[in-house]
Design a protein around this ligand. Structure first.
Ligand code: C2E
Ligand code: CA
Ligand code: CA
Ligand code: CA
Length: 281
């Protein structure tokens, strides 16, 4: 419809221009967000199937912008990744999470065995000084490396297998733990899996949430657990929302559970309270 008198082409060009401006504004706001302290870490508990207790937390970043409101990490992490902003942001995330973990450790003796999981982005993972940076963060925060777990994804490790193995072994030597996140969604090659010194495999939510409908996902999940155990890895099932899902995973001898059924990602104070007051699931 030529209501405005503009040609299709002009309308299209205007749209493109608007989109480019929006993206530039997002980048500019994101750039300011670190200095303005607009990021916050939330912590989602990870529960042991055997004890029913919290054995760890995953740190998940939140951006609360004064002008935009709440922006989901799914919307800004990719932008931060493309622009390289993820590097300073990732530094802040790692340090804040380690500081939080050390604070729990110093307050609660039972936190000694708890691990803090921190997501690494692929850009961070390919930084030449990653290991040195992590070491420095552990020194600054005084956190025992055994309390830190890094979450990496299949696509990150498959990019450059030989280098990844060297890097992961360096991290293992520091006594840091490693989780393979979103397992099953990427292009993992089973022939490499046994060469990665990973402690834990996280089954992606997409498999877990479609289990109860009698689909093949039940068999897939069971097979992933068996495979992980054969390779000497523990398993975390993520995205558990129902008691049925919980029961199925427990029956497969999966070690750890994470998901809304237990708790959503929580603000620092709420996470602390849950850890102290919620004894058992
Ligand atoms: P992820 O690492 O796979 O994190 C799990 C996501 O699933 C989180 O979403 C979490 O809130 C959500 N989740 C957990 N349990 C359930 C459940 O039972 N049901 C449903 N529907 N969702 C559940 P979130 O926090 O929005 O993060 C999305 C993604 O953004 C993360 O996926 C991760 O890839 C990225 N991300 C989040 N925080 C960070 C961070 O600090 N650094 C990096 N590099 N990436 C991050
Ligand atoms: Ca994760
Ligand atoms: Ca995941
Ligand atoms: Ca995911």
């Amino acid at each position: 419809a030529k209501v405005s008198g503009k040609s299709q082409h002009q309308v299209f060009a205007t749209k493109m221009h608007e989109q480019a401006l929006k993206r530039l504004q997002l980048e500019a706001d994101l750039n300011q967000a670190i200095a303005n302290e607009e990021f916050e870490l939330y912590y989602q508990p990870i529960i042991s199937f055997t004890t029913g207790k919290i054995t760890g937390f995953e740190a998940l970043v939140r951006w609360i912008s004064p002008t935009r409101g709440f922006i989901s990490p799914g919307d800004f992490i990719p932008v931060a990744e493309e622009t390289g902003l993820i590097v300073p942001m990732g530094k802040w995330i790692l340090e804040t999470a380690c500081r939080q973990m050390q604070s729990w450790r110093s307050q609660f003796p039972e936190a000694e065995q708890v691990t803090m999981s921190v997501n690494l982005s692929s850009r961070q993972f390919s930084q030449a000084d990653l290991v040195a940076q992590i070491q420095e963060t552990l020194i600054v925060t005084e956190l025992d490396p055994a309390n830190l777990k890094l979450e990496i994804t299949e696509s990150m490790v498959m990019d450059d297998v030989e280098n990844t193995i060297i890097l992961l072994n360096e991290l293992k030597e520091l006594n840091i733990k490693i989780s393979l996140d979103d397992f099953g969604t990427g292009f993992s090659s089973f022939s490499y899996l046994h060469r990665f010194p990973t402690d834990t495999l996280k089954i992606d939510r997409s498999f877990v949430s479609n289990m109860s409908q009698g689909s093949k996902n039940i068999e897939i999940v069971n097979t992933i657990v068996i495979l992980a155990h054969k390779l000497g890895m523990d398993v975390i099932a993520e995205g558990i929302e129902t008691v049925e899902e919980k029961e199925i995973l427990a029956g497969f001898n999966c070690e750890y559970a994470q998901g809304y059924f237990f708790a959503k990602p929580l603000k620092q104070d709420d996470a602390t309270e849950l850890f102290v007051n919620k004894a058992q699931w």
